[in-house]
Design a protein around this ligand. Sequence first.
Ligand SMILES: [Zn+2]
Length: 289
Amino acid sequence: MADQLTFLAVHAHPDDEASSTGGVYRLLANQGVRTVLVTCTNGEFGDAPGGVKPDADDHDADEVAAIRALELDAAVEALGISRLVRLGYRDSGMKGWPQNDDPRSFWAAPVDEAAARLADVLRQERPQVIMTYNEHGFYGHPDHIQAHRITVAAIKQLDYEPTLYFNAIPDSIMAIYRERWAAEERERVEADAKKGVVREPVEPVTSEDDEAFEMGTPDGLIDAAVDISDATDAKFDALAAHHSQIADSFWMKMGREQFKEVMRTEWFVRATNPLSLEGCVDDLFAGYR
Ligand SMILES: [Zn+2]
């Protein structure tokens, strides 16, 4: 096919591109597909240097944004992304935080206005395949929900129908992650006990507490499972580039070798299906090449 193949993902914060699409970005770039990343916010309410949390007095939101802008540049380089578009909204913080109400925040931005800006990029690039999050923002973060809303609204303004995917994690894999998180929490409780701090382990939030936390997808409903084993080095590099946020994450603790063994697949569900694909494909561009 003569048409240039183009992939575009709409992500909420710097680092989301690496965690949910790092593998497919690198793989598609290796295959000669043009890859575009739209990052909606500057990530002001991530951790500040030294792991300082956003509610701490010495957390400087603008400094965090400046650090994360450079980290995003490094991740984009590692993934071979052709074009980065920063929409430049302010991070809205987690659900219920007062930052949600900041008029500069992405959550406070009118959907029509942000969608119009995204639609401009979509008209320039004409991606056949677009990726963002489901209506719960995958895990309930307001900026992820807003990314979903503006993407769906922008696509409606196009003169063609792209294939839209949402990132997903199969229930079978989510069960393994939950076990890992629980094991890490037990280790922290033990470490605290040695320091004389006695506490109960924090239970992970589940969909029983909040529907938006329904992160897993039944395995049979996964529409694309992409083998990213040829791209796990780059995915690890891209995650590592965001060191102010994830130096402490379970990915980094795993180390590169275990990461390459474990993180071999990225999963998606199809939200639009103009090519009438059936079943689970192994390529986001199935039907286009
Ligand atoms: Zn995010």
